[in-house]
Design a protein around this ligand. Sequence first.
Ligand code: CO8
Length: 258
Amino acid sequence: MSYEMILVETQGHVGVIRLNRPKALNALNDQLMDELGAALVQFDGDADIGCIVLTGSDKAFAAGADIAAMANYSFMDAYKGDYITRNWEQIRKIRKPVIAAVAGYALGGGCELAMMCDFIIAAENAKFGQPEIKLGTIPGAGGTQRLPRAVSKAKAMDMCLTARMMDAAEAERAGLVSRVVPLEKLFDEAMAAATVISAMSLPTVMMIKESVNRAYELTLSEGVLFERRMFHSTFALEDQKEGMKAFIEKRLPAFRGI
Ligand code: CO8
């Protein structure tokens, strides 16, 4: 499939998707979200890919949902799901890790998209925010739900109600991002992390992603039970035999994803 609003490439075993709508600061419209969903699904099904990096430009990861496109929607336009809502959840179905490499603005739907990734690496110039209130609307893709889980209720309320932006240093302190690096190192840092992950056992990687995500949905005892069963099931993997044998033999493991 050819894309107009994203750039897609593979580097080694890493799939790279770059949002590429520079004139609108990567504002997220239906076409872009359809293309993003298709590219993610393609990488998820590609046996050669172990991890995905999602990034934008130096100025904007994404400045939010496309305001011009939705300005005149009626309730029914939005609710029926034919427009903004139909294609936003694809990323949640992806089973391989997706790293967001965020530089510049990650606002509104852009911040929500970054939070739907498995972790965020930010450049020093990154700015996160949920400014929907200034438009007379509210976050619609998880901003009021994922942000409090990531940064506490106090900061989430502050950001959603005042529309203020959080810079990269504050985002790291608050736990929204896992690392902050100079802008010129952002892509390399994300690729290095993705390369490390893609050398691991793929089924183990996928089980960790599933287990950590359960922490958002379950009680502690149910979550620990889920993790325990996943842990037990790794003993069915050849990669577990290889990983432990390699440790005992003092060599690097050669995982085969089985
Ligand atoms: N939508 C459409 N166009 C945009 C958007 C956007 N979100 N953001 C920027 N643009 C466009 C501008 O209109 C401008 O276009 P043009 O050159 O044709 O006038 C171009 O990008 C450059 O923008 P600026 O000139 O404004 O650049 P500045 O550097 O001066 O400012 C800002 C950058 C601060 C990022 C500013 O552009 C801004 O405030 N943008 C809007 C941010 C915002 O409010 N985002 C939230 C949108 S609502 C949302 O995301 C709800 C998500 C719900 C998802 C639900 C799914 C189910």
